[in-house]
Design a protein around this ligand. Structure first.
Ligand SMILES: *[C@@H]1O[C@H](CO)[C@@H](O)[C@H](O)[C@H]1NC(C)=O
Ligand SMILES: *[C@@H]1O[C@H](CO)[C@@H](O)[C@H](O)[C@H]1NC(C)=O
Ligand SMILES: *[C@@H]1O[C@H](CO)[C@@H](O)[C@H](O)[C@H]1NC(C)=O
Length: 239
Protein backbone atom coordinates (compact mmCIF):
# COMPACT_ATOMS: atom_id res chain seq x y z
CA UNK A 1 0.00 0.00 0.00
CA UNK A 2 2.50 2.55 1.13
CA UNK A 3 4.79 1.23 -1.48
CA UNK A 4 2.25 1.93 -4.21
CA UNK A 5 1.44 5.32 -2.86
CA UNK A 6 5.04 6.39 -2.65
CA UNK A 7 5.71 4.80 -5.95
CA UNK A 8 2.95 6.86 -7.55
CA UNK A 9 4.28 10.05 -6.05
CA UNK A 10 7.75 9.14 -7.17
CA UNK A 11 6.59 8.43 -10.69
CA UNK A 12 4.64 11.67 -10.75
CA UNK A 13 7.63 13.64 -9.59
CA UNK A 14 9.94 11.83 -11.98
CA UNK A 15 7.64 12.48 -14.92
CA UNK A 16 7.32 16.05 -13.89
CA UNK A 17 11.07 16.46 -13.71
CA UNK A 18 11.53 14.83 -17.05
CA UNK A 19 9.00 17.18 -18.51
CA UNK A 20 10.62 20.15 -16.81
CA UNK A 21 14.07 19.16 -18.02
CA UNK A 22 12.66 19.07 -21.50
CA UNK A 23 11.19 22.53 -21.09
CA UNK A 24 14.46 23.85 -19.71
CA UNK A 25 16.32 22.44 -22.69
CA UNK A 26 14.04 24.14 -25.15
CA UNK A 27 13.80 27.54 -23.52
CA UNK A 28 17.32 27.57 -22.20
CA UNK A 29 17.41 31.27 -21.47
CA UNK A 30 14.07 31.49 -19.77
CA UNK A 31 13.76 31.55 -16.00
CA UNK A 32 10.16 30.36 -15.83
CA UNK A 33 10.61 26.57 -15.52
CA UNK A 34 12.18 26.62 -12.05
CA UNK A 35 9.49 28.59 -10.21
CA UNK A 36 6.93 26.34 -11.92
CA UNK A 37 8.55 23.26 -10.50
CA UNK A 38 8.73 24.75 -7.04
CA UNK A 39 5.11 25.81 -7.07
CA UNK A 40 3.96 22.40 -8.17
CA UNK A 41 5.96 20.62 -5.53
CA UNK A 42 4.77 22.83 -2.72
CA UNK A 43 1.14 22.32 -3.76
CA UNK A 44 1.65 18.56 -3.75
CA UNK A 45 3.17 18.49 -0.30
CA UNK A 46 0.64 20.83 1.25
CA UNK A 47 -2.40 18.88 0.02
CA UNK A 48 -0.99 15.58 1.21
CA UNK A 49 0.06 16.80 4.65
CA UNK A 50 -2.67 19.25 5.66
CA UNK A 51 -5.60 16.93 6.17
CA UNK A 52 -5.00 14.01 8.46
CA UNK A 53 -6.59 10.87 7.12
CA UNK A 54 -7.07 7.45 8.59
CA UNK A 55 -6.36 4.57 6.31
CA UNK A 56 -9.26 2.13 6.20
CA UNK A 57 -8.49 -1.16 4.49
CA UNK A 58 -11.26 -3.68 4.02
CA UNK A 59 -10.66 -7.25 2.86
CA UNK A 60 -13.97 -8.83 1.99
CA UNK A 61 -16.04 -10.91 -0.37
CA UNK A 62 -19.35 -10.06 -1.97
CA UNK A 63 -21.65 -12.74 -0.57
CA UNK A 64 -20.57 -13.08 3.04
CA UNK A 65 -23.29 -11.97 5.45
CA UNK A 66 -20.84 -10.39 7.92
CA UNK A 67 -19.39 -8.35 5.10
CA UNK A 68 -22.86 -7.20 4.16
CA UNK A 69 -23.55 -6.09 7.73
CA UNK A 70 -20.25 -4.30 7.98
CA UNK A 71 -20.73 -2.37 4.74
CA UNK A 72 -24.35 -1.46 5.31
CA UNK A 73 -24.41 -0.78 9.04
CA UNK A 74 -20.90 0.42 9.76
CA UNK A 75 -18.86 1.49 6.78
CA UNK A 76 -21.53 3.42 4.92
CA UNK A 77 -22.51 5.79 7.76
CA UNK A 78 -18.85 6.51 8.48
CA UNK A 79 -18.09 7.20 4.82
CA UNK A 80 -21.16 9.44 4.60
CA UNK A 81 -20.14 11.48 7.61
CA UNK A 82 -16.39 11.79 7.12
CA UNK A 83 -15.18 10.53 3.73
CA UNK A 84 -12.77 13.42 3.27
CA UNK A 85 -10.82 12.22 6.31
CA UNK A 86 -10.56 8.62 5.16
CA UNK A 87 -8.10 6.90 2.91
CA UNK A 88 -10.17 3.90 1.95
CA UNK A 89 -8.87 0.84 0.19
CA UNK A 90 -11.22 -2.01 -0.61
CA UNK A 91 -10.01 -5.50 -1.48
CA UNK A 92 -12.95 -7.47 -2.89
CA UNK A 93 -11.42 -10.92 -2.85
CA UNK A 94 -11.66 -12.41 0.66
CA UNK A 95 -11.18 -16.12 0.96
CA UNK A 96 -11.11 -16.80 -2.77
CA UNK A 97 -8.33 -18.70 -4.52
CA UNK A 98 -6.47 -17.89 -7.69
CA UNK A 99 -6.05 -20.89 -9.95
CA UNK A 100 -3.38 -20.52 -12.59
CA UNK A 101 -4.00 -22.37 -15.81
CA UNK A 102 -1.53 -22.23 -18.68
CA UNK A 103 -2.08 -18.73 -19.95
CA UNK A 104 -4.92 -17.49 -17.77
CA UNK A 105 -6.41 -17.37 -14.30
CA UNK A 106 -9.56 -18.71 -12.77
CA UNK A 107 -10.95 -18.02 -9.35
CA UNK A 108 -12.61 -20.17 -6.78
CA UNK A 109 -14.74 -18.26 -4.31
CA UNK A 110 -16.02 -19.26 -0.90
CA UNK A 111 -19.66 -18.77 -1.90
CA UNK A 112 -19.31 -20.01 -5.46
CA UNK A 113 -19.29 -18.51 -8.94
CA UNK A 114 -21.83 -15.81 -8.14
CA UNK A 115 -19.51 -14.49 -5.49
CA UNK A 116 -16.57 -14.35 -7.91
CA UNK A 117 -18.76 -12.33 -10.25
CA UNK A 118 -19.88 -10.11 -7.39
CA UNK A 119 -16.26 -9.51 -6.39
CA UNK A 120 -15.53 -8.48 -9.96
CA UNK A 121 -18.42 -6.02 -9.93
CA UNK A 122 -16.99 -4.48 -6.77
CA UNK A 123 -13.49 -4.37 -8.29
CA UNK A 124 -14.78 -2.87 -11.53
CA UNK A 125 -16.77 -0.21 -9.69
CA UNK A 126 -13.58 0.87 -7.93
CA UNK A 127 -11.74 0.98 -11.25
CA UNK A 128 -14.42 2.70 -13.28
CA UNK A 129 -15.87 5.24 -10.87
CA UNK A 130 -12.34 6.56 -10.20
CA UNK A 131 -13.41 8.13 -6.92
CA UNK A 132 -12.97 6.01 -3.86
CA UNK A 133 -15.78 7.68 -1.93
CA UNK A 134 -18.17 7.10 -4.77
CA UNK A 135 -17.10 3.51 -5.38
CA UNK A 136 -17.21 2.68 -1.68
CA UNK A 137 -20.75 4.04 -1.40
CA UNK A 138 -21.64 2.20 -4.59
CA UNK A 139 -20.29 -1.05 -3.17
CA UNK A 140 -22.14 -0.43 0.09
CA UNK A 141 -25.25 -0.12 -2.04
CA UNK A 142 -24.46 -3.38 -3.87
CA UNK A 143 -24.43 -5.07 -0.46
CA UNK A 144 -27.96 -3.87 0.19
CA UNK A 145 -28.96 -6.05 -2.72
CA UNK A 146 -27.04 -9.08 -3.92
CA UNK A 147 -23.94 -7.76 -5.71
CA UNK A 148 -25.27 -8.93 -9.07
CA UNK A 149 -26.25 -7.18 -12.33
CA UNK A 150 -29.63 -6.12 -10.99
CA UNK A 151 -27.99 -4.62 -7.94
CA UNK A 152 -25.72 -2.63 -10.23
CA UNK A 153 -28.78 -1.28 -12.04
CA UNK A 154 -30.52 -0.39 -8.77
CA UNK A 155 -27.48 1.32 -7.31
CA UNK A 156 -26.61 3.10 -10.55
CA UNK A 157 -30.09 4.56 -10.65
CA UNK A 158 -29.94 5.55 -7.02
CA UNK A 159 -26.54 7.22 -7.41
CA UNK A 160 -27.31 8.66 -10.83
CA UNK A 161 -24.45 7.04 -12.67
CA UNK A 162 -24.01 4.64 -15.56
CA UNK A 163 -23.69 1.05 -14.37
CA UNK A 164 -23.24 -0.53 -17.81
CA UNK A 165 -19.44 -0.15 -17.98
CA UNK A 166 -19.19 -1.82 -14.57
CA UNK A 167 -21.14 -4.86 -15.75
CA UNK A 168 -19.16 -5.02 -19.00
CA UNK A 169 -15.90 -4.83 -17.09
CA UNK A 170 -16.95 -7.65 -14.75
CA UNK A 171 -17.84 -9.91 -17.67
CA UNK A 172 -14.60 -9.32 -19.55
CA UNK A 173 -10.87 -9.69 -19.15
CA UNK A 174 -10.60 -6.45 -17.19
CA UNK A 175 -12.67 -8.01 -14.42
CA UNK A 176 -10.30 -10.99 -14.32
CA UNK A 177 -7.28 -8.76 -14.26
CA UNK A 178 -8.63 -6.67 -11.40
CA UNK A 179 -9.63 -9.69 -9.36
CA UNK A 180 -6.17 -11.15 -9.84
CA UNK A 181 -4.70 -7.90 -8.57
CA UNK A 182 -6.90 -7.91 -5.48
CA UNK A 183 -6.11 -11.59 -4.96
CA UNK A 184 -2.38 -10.91 -5.00
CA UNK A 185 -2.80 -7.99 -2.61
CA UNK A 186 -4.98 -10.05 -0.29
CA UNK A 187 -2.50 -12.92 -0.28
CA UNK A 188 0.18 -10.59 1.05
CA UNK A 189 -1.47 -10.48 4.44
CA UNK A 190 -2.79 -13.02 6.87
CA UNK A 191 -6.29 -13.00 8.33
CA UNK A 192 -8.84 -15.54 9.43
CA UNK A 193 -12.36 -14.30 8.81
CA UNK A 194 -13.89 -11.72 6.53
CA UNK A 195 -14.45 -8.88 6.63
CA UNK A 196 -10.92 -8.17 7.77
CA UNK A 197 -10.54 -4.48 8.54
CA UNK A 198 -7.42 -2.47 9.27
CA UNK A 199 -7.31 1.07 10.58
CA UNK A 200 -3.94 2.67 9.88
CA UNK A 201 -2.65 -0.84 9.41
CA UNK A 202 -3.92 -2.18 12.72
CA UNK A 203 -6.52 -4.95 12.57
CA UNK A 204 -9.87 -3.80 13.89
CA UNK A 205 -11.71 -6.28 16.04
CA UNK A 206 -15.32 -5.60 16.63
CA UNK A 207 -16.67 -5.75 20.11
CA UNK A 208 -20.40 -5.85 20.50
CA UNK A 209 -20.71 -2.56 22.37
CA UNK A 210 -18.51 -0.15 20.48
CA UNK A 211 -19.45 1.79 17.40
CA UNK A 212 -17.21 1.50 14.36
CA UNK A 213 -17.00 5.27 14.03
CA UNK A 214 -15.48 5.47 17.52
CA UNK A 215 -12.66 3.17 16.44
CA UNK A 216 -12.05 5.24 13.33
CA UNK A 217 -12.05 8.48 15.33
CA UNK A 218 -9.67 6.99 17.89
CA UNK A 219 -7.18 6.35 15.09
CA UNK A 220 -6.69 10.09 14.41
CA UNK A 221 -4.06 12.13 16.18
CA UNK A 222 -6.39 15.10 15.85
CA UNK A 223 -9.92 13.81 15.31
CA UNK A 224 -11.75 15.86 12.66
CA UNK A 225 -15.04 17.70 13.34
CA UNK A 226 -17.34 14.78 12.40
CA UNK A 227 -15.85 12.91 15.35
CA UNK A 228 -17.22 15.52 17.74
CA UNK A 229 -20.79 14.94 16.76
CA UNK A 230 -22.70 12.24 18.57
CA UNK A 231 -22.86 9.05 16.59
CA UNK A 232 -26.27 8.22 15.29
CA UNK A 233 -25.14 4.79 14.22
CA UNK A 234 -26.77 2.20 16.37
CA UNK A 235 -24.43 0.30 18.63
CA UNK A 236 -23.28 -2.81 16.90
CA UNK A 237 -24.55 -6.11 18.12
CA UNK A 238 -22.96 -8.41 15.64
CA UNK A 239 -23.05 -11.42 17.84
C1 LIG B 1 11.63 26.68 -3.78
O1 LIG B 1 11.18 27.57 -2.81
C2 LIG B 1 11.99 27.59 -1.64
C3 LIG B 1 11.33 28.48 -0.58
O2 LIG B 1 10.38 29.31 -1.14
C4 LIG B 1 13.41 28.04 -2.00
O3 LIG B 1 14.21 28.05 -0.84
C5 LIG B 1 13.97 27.09 -3.02
O4 LIG B 1 15.22 27.52 -3.43
C6 LIG B 1 13.05 26.98 -4.23
N1 LIG B 1 13.50 25.93 -5.12
C7 LIG B 1 13.52 26.07 -6.42
C8 LIG B 1 13.96 24.89 -7.20
O5 LIG B 1 13.18 27.12 -6.97
C1 LIG C 1 -17.86 -9.20 14.21
O1 LIG C 1 -17.84 -10.30 15.07
C2 LIG C 1 -18.35 -11.48 14.50
C3 LIG C 1 -18.34 -12.55 15.55
O2 LIG C 1 -17.09 -12.70 16.13
C4 LIG C 1 -17.51 -11.86 13.30
O3 LIG C 1 -17.96 -13.07 12.75
C5 LIG C 1 -17.60 -10.75 12.28
O4 LIG C 1 -16.81 -11.05 11.17
C6 LIG C 1 -17.14 -9.46 12.90
N1 LIG C 1 -17.38 -8.35 12.00
C7 LIG C 1 -16.44 -7.48 11.71
C8 LIG C 1 -16.85 -6.36 10.85
O5 LIG C 1 -15.30 -7.55 12.10
C1 LIG D 1 -15.76 11.97 -5.03
O1 LIG D 1 -17.11 11.70 -4.73
C2 LIG D 1 -17.59 12.35 -3.58
C3 LIG D 1 -18.99 11.83 -3.29
O2 LIG D 1 -19.75 11.76 -4.44
C4 LIG D 1 -17.53 13.85 -3.79
O3 LIG D 1 -17.99 14.51 -2.65
C5 LIG D 1 -16.10 14.25 -4.09
O4 LIG D 1 -16.04 15.61 -4.39
C6 LIG D 1 -15.54 13.46 -5.25
N1 LIG D 1 -14.12 13.73 -5.38
C7 LIG D 1 -13.59 14.10 -6.52
C8 LIG D 1 -12.11 14.34 -6.49
O5 LIG D 1 -14.23 14.24 -7.54
Amino acid sequence: MYFFKNFTVLVAITLYNVRCDGVTDVVNESTTPLPDLNETNSIETSTSSEIETVKVEVYYESLCPYCERFFVNKLEPVVQSMHQYLDIKLYPFGNADIIEEDDHYRFRCQHGKLECYGNKLHACAIDILKNVTKSTLFNCCLFEFFSDDESVDECATRMKLNGDPIKECAKGSKGNELLKYYGDETNKIYFRGVPHIRLNGIPYRNSSKKIFKDYVCAAFKNPPPPCNTVSTTSASTDE
